[in-house]
Every structure is written in C-alpha cells, then in structure tokens.
Design a protein around this ligand. Structure first.
Ligand code: TXA
Ligand code: MG
Length: 318
C-alpha cells in the first residue's frame, strides 16, 4: 500500500503517537515530528542519516506562536516575519529554554518559520505542538519537491501527506542576527533583494571552508549521483566530450546537439522564480536517466538566479 495519503486526520494521529511523517511545504517536503518528543526527533536524525550537530527548523502555525520558541527577538526579525510569513524565510533566533537541545543541536539559537502550504497549516492548527522538519531527503541527496520523491527515499516511513508539487521548489532562505543586524546564512526561495528591501543591506556568512554556521552549507549537499558540471557556455563544453551520454540543464533556451540525450529547460519564458521551482524536479529526473554526466548552465546572478547557482555549485561537488 502506498504511504502517500491526503488524510490530515491520519497525519495528526501518527504525529500524536510520536511517529514522523513526510509533510508538504511551499519550499520542499519535510520529515516532520513533534519538537517535544525525543523519540520523534531521534527518528528524524536516524532516518535522514543526519549528524546530530546539524539542527532542525521548527515549523509553527503563526507568528503568534513565536514567543513560545524564541526570546529577545530583534526588531528586524519581527519586520521580516510580518513581511514574509507564512513563507520561505527561516529566522535563527535565541531559543527559549524549553526547546529541546536535540532540535537545536545543542546551540542556544533556534531556526523557525511559518510554512506557506494550506495542508500543513491546517495540520499545524490541529496539533498542540510545533513540528521540527528538515528536508525529507537522506543527508547529501537532492531535496524532494513531490510526495513520490519522499516515498522513494524512505520506504519505511508510515506516511507522506500528499500536497502536490512544491510551489517554490527550493529550501527557505535562512537569516540569523548579529548585534540585532540580519545576516544571510543560506540562499533560498526568497530573493535577498526582497529581504534587503525591508531591512537594508544583508551581511553574508556563507563560506564552505569556515566552520559552517548553517551546516546545510557543508559542501557536499543537494547532490545528484551523476557527475555534474556548472558552466557559462554549455554548447562549448559539449564539444569537449565524445561517446558520453550527456544530460543538459538550461535556463531558457534549448540547445540543439545530437550529443544530448536528455534536456531540461527550466523556464522557456526566462522567469527565475519558475526556474527555481523546477530545479530539483529536473535534477531528480536527470539523475534517473543513467547518464554519464550532467552539464548545467550558470544562471544570471540576480534574484533567485543566485540561489539556483548556489545549489548547482553544490551539485558539482563529489
Ligand atoms: O525550506 C526549508 O527550510 C525546508 C522545509 C522543510 O521547511 N527545511 C529545510 O531543513 O531545508 P534542513 O534541515 O534541510 O535545513 C535546515 C538548515 C540547516 O542548514 C541547518 O544547519 C540550519 O537550517 N539551522 C537550523 N538551526 C540552526 C541554527 N540554530 N543556527 C544556524 N543554522 C541552523
Ligand atoms: Mg536539507
């Protein structure tokens, strides 16, 4: 029997029994459990094969629940929450002492967001606790944007709540604070330009080579199994290979070359939001085609193009 179901009642029942389930969000599917259940949180780390120092995001139903999770909240954090929640923005704030260490990897901060998906908001409204949820992929694999991706990754899971294709298709943007000022920890589905329009210039802390602030920044992440290249001129790079089964991933304009056996065009109209929403599903498809290599085109370095380039850059690392 398929573990994919659209029953919110069943989801509530399983979560109340300290089980974990797949949930849809507007960004990617999550692997969710009660933040106050040690059993559920342990299962998330075990199932994902995720190191326990890598903390989880707490999902709440409304900004009204924020004081239960965080304290000493900077003014600019409240401005961002007001502007973008529910939505693809995660805030890293000082945690309340009641938030279990297992959720925050022992840190004194907690990552929190209000997801923008009608089913998951309805689910959260029926629960007496928030949900901790990392992306529902094994550590280092491409994040899931369809219920079937989750079901394929985790056959032992008791349920995936069917919420259709994720509208944003890339993880939330993560913002932390230093001396009350916003700092970008992870590029994501919300463009940095939109955030800067509310709170002014963002400091960036996203180096792979220093101890990662957000361990999602570890270099081998979001990776297809197929060897992947990221390049400005795909057509030129194609000429350097012969006798290879090549898949190509491009932004807007298809490339005509007999060497290409699979091609993904993310947005024929040149829309970066649309392209971002299609990226992971396209990588999942290409990764299933038994290709020798994938050549991806570098995107324009503005708006969600920056996020797409960030994920493609990580996809090239082995
Ligand atoms: O869109 C999303 O954010 C999805 C959906 C399911 O909400 N979730 C997601 O979770 O991407 P995950 O676990 O794959 O990524 C969470 C990131 C990790 O890089 C983690 O290190 C970082 O958030 N994080 C969590 N708590 C943190 C904290 N206290 N300080 C710094 N980074 C933190
Ligand atoms: Mg993840």
């Amino acid at each position: 029997m398929s573990l994919i179901s659209n029953s919110i009642n069943k989801a509530v029942d399983l979560l109340n029994k300290e089980q974990i389930i797949g949930i849809p969000t507007e960004t990617v599917y999550g692997l969710a459990g009660n933040i106050y259940s040690q059993k559920a949180i342990q299962s998330i780390f075990t199932m994902k094969q995720r190191p326990t120092f890598n903390p989880l995001i707490v999902h709440i139903k409304s900004v009204k629940d924020l004081p239960e999770i965080a304290r000493d909240i900077p003014e600019k954090a409240l401005m961002l929450a007001a502007a973008f929640w529910p939505g693809p923005l995660t805030l890293v704030l000082k945690k309340q002492t009641t938030i279990p260490d297992l959720v925050t990897g022992g840190k004194d901060t907690v990552a929190v967001r209000v997801p923008n998906h009608p089913l998951t908001l309805a689910l959260l409204n029926q629960l007496a606790y928030p949900l901790a949820a990392p992306s529902a992929n094994p550590f280092g694999c491409i994040s899931p944007t369809k219920a079937e991706h989750v079901a394929n990754y985790f056959e032992d899971l008791s349920m995936v709540l069917e919420g259709g294709d994720c509208q944003r298709g890339i993880e939330s943007t993560i913002i932390g604070f230093e001396n009350e000022e916003p700092v970008l920890y992870r590029l994501g589905s919300l463009a940095t330009e939109d955030i800067e329009a509310i709170v002014g210039a963002l400091k960036m802390i996203m180096h792979d080579d220093i101890a990662p602030v957000a361990p999602g920044m570890l270099s081998k992440h979001y990776a297809p199994l197929t060897t992947t290249f990221l390049i400005t001129n795909v057509a030129e790079m194609l000429n350097t290979f012969s006798n290879k089964k090549i898949g190509v991933l491009v932004f807007q304009n298809g490339i005509y070359n007999p060497k290409i056996v699979e091609q993904e065009i993310l947005s024929p109209t040149g829309n970066l939001v649309e392209a971002a929403s299609q990226l992971y599903a396209a990588l999942h498809r290409l990764d299933k085609c038994k290709l020798d290599l994938i050549i991806a085109e570098r995107f324009p370095d503005v708006g969600l193009g920056k996020t797409i380039n960030d994920r493609l850059q990580r996809a090239t690392k082995k």
